[in-house]
Each structure stands twice: as structure tokens, then as C-alpha cells.
Design a protein around this ligand. Structure first.
Ligand code: GLN
Length: 396
């Protein structure tokens, strides 16, 4: 017997109807279709460090092709703990405090699923990286948005305090921040930490851009601030630091009681991250400090170059202090919406970027914004700037 589909009844879940295809990934799809330069999705157009690729190849040839321990290979967990030790002066036990995940993306969703109960609220700064929307929906949390105010994307302490209440389970922090490039200051993180302690909430911090910093700005991990060690979940990955977004190797560092819960979700969601690639990342984590300082210096030049090109073409740019995106306002050159403008940029100008509305819970707030990526080779950025220079103002 065949079941007939009743078009009135949706067989897909209520949960997924709450969100659409990732706008960032959609832009990548359209960029491919139109053969446009992809300044939308955040990945570089060069390879990871040689030592990392070699170690992964050696691992594959050397028989590391079956499941690793579900929460991560011992080598990689040890390398992660050592790196936090010398770089952040954090005392991380690789046995009880580290979970290796399929990218920071899985790290975030596993963490939220491990802590959220129905009725819990999660505070999300806005504009936010689009995944946090679906993350809250999938984990069953109610999001509360707190605005980062332009031009420096600062927090209003009063607004932040007002967002906390007895239902607040966690606050999501992303520093350095995507899409704004804001690097949260020690004072801001102190305030967040105090509020977490006052309201008995957790901090879930996505620090995937920790090594991409400009103008001497300092990355502070909230877990290192007074009283926060046991109430912080720190998410990170190899993707941005080691230019390996397709490897899908990330990790979560948290106190043992939190790690226990996160490992349970992770185990049943994915079993584990790719075993040989974990060995590659373990090798990359041995790289010395100057690898990281070079990374920032390289990106700083690219940032300055693209900002100049964009400003010369009439975009208003917020100069990022970290990460590798520029949030721009195109009101002075085009009267269309962000989505229309993004489509025009792809099909007529040959550049893909991300419409601003995808970073806001109320799309109206991002209607005149568009995000550009500069994790691209010099030649690619030169081409992009030439193409943007040919853009015609559009005012009907
Ligand atoms: N984090 C990157 C961005 O914001 C990549 C997003 C993705 O596709 N996972 O563009």
C-alpha cells in the first residue's frame, strides 16, 4: 500500500521550518553558478601549513583510518591542552576537559544540546554569525538578542543586564567576532562574567578567530576571568587558524562536569571527528608563536587593502579589530535591499558577499549592510577591488 501525501500536512518537523538554508552557503552556491569571486563564505584560497598536511597524509598511510576515541585522539587532546597551557596559561586536563568535534559548528550545537532544557533562554549578541539562530532552535532555547552598537559595536551595559533573568541558561560570545570584527575587551568580558555569576548562567564562547587580531588588540578568553573557569564552554577549531575549513576538526574545552554532558551529545551525533585529520591538527598545534603573529600580520595587510578599495567605491566600512570580514553599509551607493544588492553583485559585478540581514533576528536591521571576506590571495583581492571599482551607483 502506498501512502498518499496530504499537501496540507507537512511531514517535516516544526523545528526545521523555523530556519532557512544558510545564506552564507547559498551565496557560495550562487558564486559557483555565476563564476563570481567568493568573498562570502569564510574560507581562504590557500592550503594549510605543510606540516599539518604531511602529518595527515602520514596518518592515512600509517593506518589511522578507523574511529578514534569518540571525544578525540589522545595526541590531539594533549596538543590542545599543551597549547592552551603556553598560550593562554590555562590548565586544561586532556582526559576530562577536551572534546574533539566536527568543527566549531558541531562544538556549538553539542554544547548547547548538553545544557539546554525547555524554557531556557540564551543571550545572543547581534549581529551574530547565522548558525547561532538554528543552534538555539535545534537545542530548544529561546534566544534573547542584545545589540552591539555601531560604529565600534560596543555593548550597552544596561541593555545587557536587562537581558539576564532567572530563565537565562547561557550567553553566547564570539570573540573576535563574526561578522563585525569586534574583539571583546577585558572590561566587557568582566561584566558578562559578573552577570553570569549573578544569574547562575554559563558562557559559551566561540573563539575560532582567536589568532586573527589587528592593531595590537588582545584576545581574552572569558574562562580565564575570575569565577568563570567552571561556568565557561570554550569552542574552537583548526578551520580558521590553520586554513583548513574543510577538515572539520574542532574542539570544546570545559570543566569535567560540562565535558561529560557535551561528550554524550557529541558521541551520538557524530561518533567522532575524522581520525587522520586529527593527527594533522595535532602536528599543527606544535607550530611556534610566530606562526600566529604572521597569520595576523598577513590578514592585517589584506584588511587594509580591501577596506581602501571598498571605501573608494562608496561603501562605509567598520574597521575590524579581528577575524577576517568587513561589515559595510552600502546606503550611499545603492537603494536596493541587501538581498537584491547581493544578487546584483554576484550576477553583474562578479563578486559574492553576504547580505547583512542574515546576521540579525529582524532582517530590517541588516537591509543596508553587506559583509565582505578578505581571506583571499593578493591577486584575488586585486581582482575584487577592480571589479568593485566598476560598480555603478543605483538610485532609481
Ligand atoms: N564561518 C564562516 C562564515 O561566516 C563559514 C560559514 C560556514 O559556511 N560554515 O562565512
Amino acid at each position: 500500500m502506498t501512502r498518499s501525501v496530504n499537501p496540507q500536512t507537512s511531514w517535516t518537523s516544526h523545528r526545521v521550518s523555523g530556519f532557512t538554508e544558510s545564506v552564507i552557503r547559498e551565496m557560495t552556491r550562487l558564486a559557483k553558478q555565476h563564476n563570481a569571486l567568493n568573498l562570502a563564505q569564510g574560507f581562504p584560497d590557500w592550503d594549510p601549513p605543510e606540516v599539518m598536511m604531511q602529518a595527515a597524509c602520514d596518518a592515512i598511510r600509517g593506518g589511522v583510518n578507523q574511529y578514534s576515541i569518540t571525544w578525540g585522539s589522545p595526541n590531539l587532546r594533549q596538543a590542545i591542552a599543551d597549547k592552551y597551557g603556553w598560550y593562554q596559561r590555562m590548565d586544561v586536563d586532556p582526559e576530562t576537559m577536551v572534546t574533539v568535534t566536527c568543527g566549531a559548528t558541531e562544538g556549538m550545537i553539542s554544547s548547547l544540546m548538553a545544557i539546554i532544557d525547555p524554557g531556557d533562554e540564551v543571550i545572543v549578541f547581534e549581529p551574530f554569525y547565522e548558525n547561532y539562530g538554528p543552534d538555539t532552535i535545534l537545542s530548544g532555547a529561546t534566544p534573547r538578542h542584545v545589540t552591539l552598537h555601531e560604529p565600534d559595536w560596543h555593548i550597552d551595559g544596561g541593555e545587557l543586564s536587562a537581558a539576564f533573568n532567572e530563565h537565562t541558561k547561557a550567553i553566547i560570545i564570539n570573540t573576535p567576532n563574526n561578522p563585525t570584527g569586534k574583539v571583546f575587551s577585558r572590561d566587557e568580558l568582566m561584566l558578562i562574567g559578573e552577570l553570569c555569576q549573578q544569574w547562575n548562567a554559563l558562557a559559551v564562547t566561540d573563539e575560532i578567530y582567536e589568532h586573527i587580531l589587528y592593531d595590537g588588540s588582545e584576545h581574552v578568553s572569558i574562562t580565564t576571568l575570575p569565577g568563570m573557569e567552571d561556568r565557561t564552554i570554550t569552542v574552537n577549531a583548526a578551520s580558521k587558524t590553520f586554513s583548513a575549513t574543510g577538515w572539520r576538526v574542532g574542539w570544546v574545552v570545559a570543566a569535567p562536569y560540562l565535558t561529560n554532558a557535551i561528550r554524550k551529545v557529541h558521541d551520538f551525533l557524530t561518533v567522532g571527528a575524522p581520525a587522520p585529520l586529527q593527527e594533522g591538527v595535532a602536528a599543527a598545534l606544535q607550530l611556534p608563536l610566530h606562526y600566529y603573529t604572521n597569520l595576523s600580520a598577513t590578514y592585517e595587510k589584506k584588511r587594509n587593502y580591501l577596506i581602501e578599495g571598498l571605501e573608494n567605491s562608496g561603501f562605509r566600512c567598520c574597521t575590524p579589530s579581528g577575524a577576517y570580514y568587513i561589515m559595510t553599509d552600502f546606503s550611499d551607493i545603492d537603494s536596493r535591499t541587501d538581498a537584491e544588492f547581493a544578487r546584483y553583485l554576484i550576477s553583474e559585478v562578479g563578486i559574492a558577499a553576504v547580505p547583512g540581514s542574515s546576521f540579525y533576528h529582524d532582517p530590517a536591521m541588516g537591509r543596508k549592510k553587506i559583509r565582505f571576506l578578505y581571506a583571499k590571495k593578493e591577486r584575488t583581492l586585486q581582482q575584487a577591488v577592480e571589479m568593485i571599482g566598476r560598480l555603478k551607483p543605483h538610485r532609481p
